[in-house]
Design a binder for this molecule. Structure first.
Ligand SMILES: NC(=O)CCC(=O)C(=O)O
Length: 307
């Protein structure tokens, strides 16, 4: 049964949930990686990048959408991993778990094609400092687009949509997860804010048509509307590939301000997040108190992934 959203009860104050250490400031890294058709190379390359940014002090690392495979419906079934089986059936997944444990960092592992039974998903795994799987988000909104002469792409030709929002408690705060096209849906970000997220991470691969139009706009809107941090991470642009990524990974603060961004080439950002900004901005401009819940409400169906 749908449960009505009650802003005054649902909004969790911007403090880390007990019993986690109350870390307010930490360094986040966005790894805008080049991606090739060589899966082994992609895994080694991602591992090196994570080691590099962790060496620069990053406690939370984000990777791009589909970082171990070309972004194509032909590739998804070939590069897909069986995450539930793990081990040799999931080398990208295993590498992320191992590196999170050995470096003692939190990883939002971009996304990879996942095989589960006879279905394929676009899946983001979140790992804690001990290498354990904290959350698994299967892209909820598949990217089906048809702009003749510009771009036609239908993820739904091969992929199945996930069925649950995903919010995860980590050593670096409460994090909501979306994958790329999920960012277009404000209700998802609102739901995460209502459940006390400090940060929403969107591993993404916007493309050359919608990227210049809405990529920055959507990130800043999600952050400003919900007064929290938004971090995105894209693959680097490869003009020779069948799907050309826009790049421009970004970290946005709770007033919609761009804290850091890349161009379209391979790049790593290591930047500080200060969660006290959430509290400050919400007291400067108390949107939650001003919200007219008597006129409109978000209905929360209470089916978030929990791990
Ligand atoms: N990979 C994606 O989901 C791309 C989303 C996108 O470009 C959009 O406009 O939405």
């Amino acid at each position: 049964m749908p449960v009505p959203y009650k802003p005054e009860e649902a909004r969790v104050p911007p403090v880390l949930p007990s019993p986690l250490t109350p870390v307010y400031k930490f360094k986040i890294a966005l790894c805008q990686l080049s991606v090739t058709a060589d899966k082994k190379r992609n895994i080694v390359h991602a591992k090196k990048a994570i080691e590099e940014v962790a060496g620069g002090g990053a406690e939370l690392v984000i990777l791009p959408e589909i970082w171990n495979s070309p972004y194509s419906n032909d590739s998804f079934p070939v590069y897909a991993e069986d995450i539930e089986a793990g081990g040799d059936a999931a080398p990208s997944y295993s590498m992320l778990s191992e590196v999170a444990r050995s470096l003692q960092i939190t990883i939002v592992g971009g996304s990879i094609p996942e095989r589960s039974g006879d279905r394929l998903y676009n899946t983001c795994c979140v790992f804690g400092k001990d290498g354990s799987l904290k959350g698994k988000h299967r892209k909820i909104h598949l990217f089906d687009i048809d702009i003749p002469g510009k771009i036609t792409f239908k993820e739904s030709n091969t992929l199945t949509a996930g069925q649950h929002p995903t919010i995860v408690d980590t050593d670096v705060g409460r994090i909501g997860i979306g994958i790329c096209h999920d960012i277009c849906f404000q209700e998802l970000a609102m739901l995460y804010a209502a459940r006390g997220a400090h940060l929403i991470c969107y591993p993404s691969a916007f493309e050359m048509t919608t990227g210049p139009l809405v990529w920055e706009l959507l990130q800043r809107a999600r952050a400003a509307d919900n007064q929290l941090f938004v971090a995105t991470c894209s693959p680097a642009r490869d003009s020779g590939s069948g799907y050309i990524a826009w790049g421009h990974s970004m970290l946005v603060g709770p007033f919609g301000e761009i804290i850091a961004t890349t161009e379209h080439e391979e790049a790593m950002i290591v930047e500080e997040i200060d969660y006290s900004q959430i509290e400050l901005r919400r007291s400067n401009l108390p949107l939650e108190k001003q919200r007219r819940g008597d006129l409109y409400q978000l209905v929360d169906v209470q089916r978030t992934n929990s791990h």
